[in-house]
Design a protein around this ligand. Structure first.
Ligand SMILES: CCCCCCCCCCCCCCCC(=O)SCCNC(=O)CCNC(=O)[C@H](O)C(C)(C)COP(=O)(O)OP(=O)(O)OC[C@H]1O[C@@H](n2cnc3c(N)ncnc32)[C@H](O)[C@@H]1OP(=O)(O)O
Length: 158
């Protein structure tokens, strides 16, 4: 059965947090492991929405901490699908601190590869992606390059 193509917007996912004491490390900053957990959840929801399947994280190959976040900050995570293969989906998750006046400072960008699973927990095909905007097309082309780099690294057991 042919899978129906979806747009990037159809799976876009946003999560908001206000930083509480339990999110903070011994250095009074947002604990990176907690942020990684949130990023993984957002990417998982994007991939579920695109594929309509259960999904698993296959790889997180680009995770850049650009700035710190402190207690009581509003943290916004935005996940969007950037590339799809046969059974895998690449998802970009951007994390921002949002000021009271609405300005946003990016604190993290991550790319994750999520794989759709069937009832037997085996990889299963995902719907094609409809590229509507210039940003969608630019991300797709970069996604192809990142997929090729990942293949090279896997071939070298890196
Ligand atoms: C106070 C609080 C403290 C908290 C502090 C904790 C910190 C919190 C950290 C959170 C950080 C979250 C990160 C953890 C997130 C998990 O939870 S990871 C654990 C869950 N993930 C798993 O268990 C996955 C285990 N792996 C697998 O099940 C299998 O390897 C997979 C991914 C299903 C792939 O199966 P396979 O037999 O290799 O299938 P194969 O047909 O070869 O590949 C299928 C597709 O996957 C792609 N693929 C497979 N492997 C890879 C790879 N390594 N790279 C890229 N693509 C791949 C293939 O290219 C293929 O793509 P398509 O060409 O079809 O599009």
């Amino acid at each position: 059965m042919e899978l129906q193509a979806k747009t990037v917007a159809q799976s876009r996912t946003e999560q908001i947090q206000i930083l509480m004491p339990e999110h903070i490390n011994g250095y009074s900053r947002l604990f990176g492991g907690k942020l990684m957990e949130w990023i993984d959840v957002v990417a998982g929801v994007v991939a579920r929405r695109h594929s309509g399947r259960e999904v698993t994280t296959a790889a997180i190959d680009n995770l850049q901490f650009k700035a710190a976040a402190h207690i009581n900050s509003t943290v916004v995570l935005i996940g969007r699908i950037t590339y799809v293969g046969r059974t895998s989906m690449e998802v970009r998750v951007d994390a921002f601190v949002e000021e009271l006046d609405g300005r946003r400072q990016m604190i993290n960008r991550a790319y994750l590869v999520m794989v759709a699973l069937d009832e037997h927990e085996q990889p299963t095909p995902v719907p094609p992606l409809i590229l509507e905007s210039e940003e969608d097309r630019t991300e797709w082309e970069a996604g192809v390059r990142r997929r090729n780099l990942r293949r090279e690294r896997r071939a070298e057991n890196y």
